[in-house]
Design a protein around this ligand. Structure first.
Ligand SMILES: Nc1ncnc2c1ncn2[C@@H]1O[C@H](COP(=O)(O)OP(=O)(O)O)[C@@H](O)[C@H]1O
Ligand SMILES: [Mg+2]
Length: 282
């Protein structure tokens, strides 16, 4: 036991450092026990959840967010540091270590962005709110192509801006150690950039994704089928290499998109030149 752990045992469970999350398998849609009976995630892990639409990906991360204790429809159990979650996680939102960025996040409040962020910073007791707000917005603006202005009303933000702001807010102001992201790919976010930025923070990230880059840049991925966790695939070096190649192609597509957006006309020599630069054609 390290001295930090010894110290940890004397402070309330809800304020202890998060070291692990454990998912104990329940049943898939047809009531058959899940093949994968146990998944252990440790601090710093980046994990993807993959599988076709309807296979139970959102349900799995909802179980995590709810700290399932065997009573959700899946029968799964989620443990924090090997134990059931402390009571006050759900009673006091500011002590809840999990932030979920869901697929369908909309704001009903037309507060300006800075008021929303100031309020959250106050609730969380952030020491220097002005700096945290600046960091949050600049983080968010690296994820979205359309810069967020502090005076914008929350309801005015586009899908990509909203999702970017929520991710940045959960990381910087919320300082949440566990972040769940449900299919951010449909939200107009710069995903590779997001992953690079996220890797600079020591957290557990769980991505529900169809995006090969996110999946291949993760430490491992949980494959879902018929509502059940079917298997766990650890990303091998070879797959990480594939992710680098995909990234090049993606940058090429982004460049093309940018040119179309700015009203350019394309000719085949442009594409040939780019493919040549990448070493795909002689
Ligand atoms: N283990 C399970 N047991 C019972 N129903 C499930 C289970 N997993 C998923 N479902 C149901 O299947 C449907 C699709 O699941 P969902 O998690 O939304 O899929 P996905 O996010 O992969 O598209 C939902 O209605 C959900 O309640
Ligand atoms: Mg889903």
């Amino acid at each position: 036991m390290s001295s930090l752990d010894a110290l940890d045992s004397r402070i309330p469970p809800s304020t202890r450092r998060i070291q692990t999350i454990t998912i104990l398998g329940g049943c898939g849609k047809n009531g058959v026990p899940e093949q994968l009976r146990r998944v252990d995630l440790k601090m710093g892990d980046i994990v993807s959840v993959v599988g076709p639409t309807g296979c139970g990906k959102t349900t799995l991360i909802n179980d995590i967010e709810l700290y399932a204790n065997g009573t959700t429809p899946t029968g799964r159990t989620v443990l924090i540091n090997g134990e059931p979650h402390p009571e006050d996680y759900l009673a006091d939102p500011s002590s809840n270590p999990i932030a979920l960025i869901s697929q369908h996040t909309n704001f009903l409040s037309d507060l300006p962005v800075h008021v929303f962020l100031e309020t959250h910073a106050r609730i969380r007791g952030v020491a220097s709110p002005a700096r945290a707000i600046e960091e949050t917005v600049s983080f968010a603006n690296q994820l979205t192509g359309e810069p967020i202005i502090l005076e914008n009303a929350m309801t005015e933000l586009s899908g990509g801006q909203t999702r970017s702001l929520l991710i940045a807010d959960a990381i910087v102001i919320g300082n949440s150690p566990i972040i769940l992201l449900d299919e951010i790919e449909n939200a107009g976010i710069h995903r590779t950039r997001a992953l690079e930025l996220l890797k600079g923070y020591e957290k557990i990230f769980i991505f529900v994704t169809h995006d090969p880059r996110i999946a291949l840049l993760s430490d491992f991925r949980i494959v879902m089928r018929d509502g059940a966790m079917q298997k766990l695939i650890v990303t091998k070096e070879e797959e990480k290499g594939v992710a680098q190649e995909i990234r090049k192609l993606d940058d090429l597509l982004l460049g093309l998109r940018q040119r179309i957006r700015s009203g350019d006309e394309l000719d085949s020599s442009y594409l040939n030149e780019k493919l040549h630069e990448l070493g795909y054609v002689a």
